[in-house]
Design a protein around this ligand. Structure first.
Ligand SMILES: [Zn+2]
Length: 260
């Protein structure tokens, strides 16, 4: 698959440690091996580093391993040659995907530093998933795991007959943890934000035992972090151990050829 220049849209050609288009817009590979094609990167690097560390530490416990296995199974059934992971983070899922040609996109440099250093089976690229540096109809399969879904952009990069898989939290995801944090914990909405009808849909769940360190990591890596009072965080900190539900909804959507 070819990448395109985020400035002018022309094909990027690879030279030694950089890529360059015919108009001479050039972009360097980072030391860790990822490519930065973002025109702007967001601030808040300190926060991001802490989140990356929390997420990798937590994922290494294997608590979400069953999600990774299910995703790999769904991907295997598609027999894709080219896969784009949109919002790939530290590459925990991406690295396992059984596809020969894989691309992971994320806006977080810190996440991709980790991903590129630990997974050589994927090309990691800093870019916005709302405007991907990819030509039209170049991808068989896209995966969007806990990341915003930009339907039009996904449809643009998918080949006809290609598909995309979304993963969203199930209604009861982390409910026990939310019950410690909030007086009135709510269940996640089950509805999808995608306008298409999924070809396939599955809810998977498992419970895991979370110790104090896991709970702290979970809080740091989720959006709850910003909505939690110091008092609630202390309540969670004082939990010795909590049985927590991990629940996910996987959906597969197919791009069909436009009607003639
Ligand atoms: Zn260019």
């Amino acid at each position: 698959m070819k990448l395109i220049c985020p400035v002018c849209g022309q094909e990027l050609k690879q030279t030694d440690r950089r890529v360059c288009c015919a108009q001479n817009h050039s972009f360097d590979y980072a030391r860790q091996g990822y490519l930065n094609l973002a025109l702007r990167t967001k601030a808040g690097a300190g926060d991001e580093k802490r989140m990356v560390k929390a997420r990798t530490d937590f994922l290494h416990t294997g608590a979400y391993g069953f999600l990774r296995d299910t995703l790999c199974e769904w991907i295997r059934q598609e027999h894709a040659e080219v896969l784009a992971d949109l919002g790939c983070g530290e590459g925990y899922y991406t690295s396992a995907f059984p596809v020969k040609e894989k691309y992971g996109f994320d806006l977080s440099k810190d996440a991709l530093k980790y991903a590129a250093a630990h997974d050589k089976s994927t090309a990691y690229i800093v870019a916005s998933t709302s405007r991907l540096p990819l030509p039209d109809a170049c991808t068989d399969l896209a995966v969007i795991c806990f990341a915003p879904v930009f339907e039009k952009e996904i449809s643009r990069i998918l080949k006809d007959g290609g598909a995309f898989i979304t993963v969203t939290p199930g209604p009861d995801h982390l409910f026990e943890m939310k019950s410690v944090l909030y007086e009135h914990p709510y269940r996640n909405p089950e509805k999808s934000s995608v306008s298409l009808v999924p070809e396939k849909e599955e809810l998977i769940r498992q419970t895991f035992s979370a110790g104090p360190e896991d709970l702290a990591n979970l809080l740091t890596m989720t959006p709850y972090f910003y909505r939690t009072s110091p008092e609630a965080a202390r309540r969670l900190n004082s939990c010795e151990n909590l049985q927590v539900t991990a629940e996910f909804i996987l959906r597969l959507y197919r791009k069909t050829s436009p009607a003639r």
